[in-house]
Every structure is written in C-alpha cells, then in structure tokens.
Design a protein around this ligand. Structure first.
Ligand SMILES: [Zn+2]
Ligand SMILES: [Zn+2]
Length: 136
C-alpha cells in the first residue's frame, strides 16, 4: 500500500489513484451536490454567484460542466465555448450544431460503405448494379 499526503488537507492517506484523501473526497461530493442543487434552483445564476455562494472555485465548477456532470440552463456563464466553433455553450465540449456536424460526418462515412457493399454484379448483364431500396 502506498501512503501519500492529501493535496488538499496535507494529511497522509492510503493512495487509491486519487490525489485526495477519502475525507476530502467526501467534501468534494458535498460541494458538488451544493453547486448542482443551487444551479438547479437558480437557473439564471452566473458562475461568479455560484462560486461565491458555494465557496467552490470557478475552475472546479467549469470542470464539472465540461464533464457533463452539471448542466447550466443558459450561456450566461460565458466561459465555456464550443471546442469546434467557439460559440458559448452550456454543457459538454461542443455546441449542438457541432455535435450534429460531427455525427453527420460519421454517418456519411457509414452511408458510403453501405452503398458500396450493396453494389453487386448483375448475373445477366455482368454489369455492376446498384441496389437502392424502393427503386427498381
Ligand atoms: Zn484530505
Ligand atoms: Zn460549435
């Protein structure tokens, strides 16, 4: 077993892959709950206010939002931007448009593959024939 000093309270603890001790981890969860509840009850609140009320740092709240653990109802936080286009977002890493764009790129590739596997050689004419649903 490896002993480490908690990065938060500096007390030695048994290391389990997280840099903080169990007590501090519990504290973090408590703060997380507070932050989440507060944002739920005050959907129009700004990051500065949440931080002040809960005593939780901006950085930590933003991390939770990016991880998708907390969802804010509007872009008033103004501090998270879509990693693709820079538009302010309320949750995760990309805005809705970019999520759709990324999904389309994926299905485009899939679509092409489906068509090529459906191209079969016609046994009578010996020519490649496209099999498209609803036609021919
Ligand atoms: Zn600790
Ligand atoms: Zn975007």
């Amino acid at each position: 077993m490896e002993m480490r000093n908690c990065v938060k309270c500096k007390r030695p603890f048994t290391y389990r892959g997280v840099p903080i001790c169990q007590d501090c981890e519990k504290d973090e969860e408590k703060v997380f709950d507070e932050v989440r509840t507060y944002i739920k009850q005050h959907p129009d609140v700004t990051l500065a206010v949440v931080s002040e009320v809960t005593g939780c740092s901006h950085k930590k709240i933003l991390r939770w939002i990016k991880e998708g653990r907390i969802e804010i109802s509007q872009a008033s936080f103004g501090e998270i931007a879509c990693e693709s286009c820079g538009k302010p977002i309320t949750k995760g890493r990309y805005c809705e448009k970019c999520v759709i764009k990324i999904n389309n790129q994926v299905s485009d590739t899939f679509g092409k593959e489906t068509i090529s596997t459906q191209t079969k050689i016609d046994s009578k004419t010996g020519k490649a024939k496209m099999h498209i649903k609803g036609r021919g």
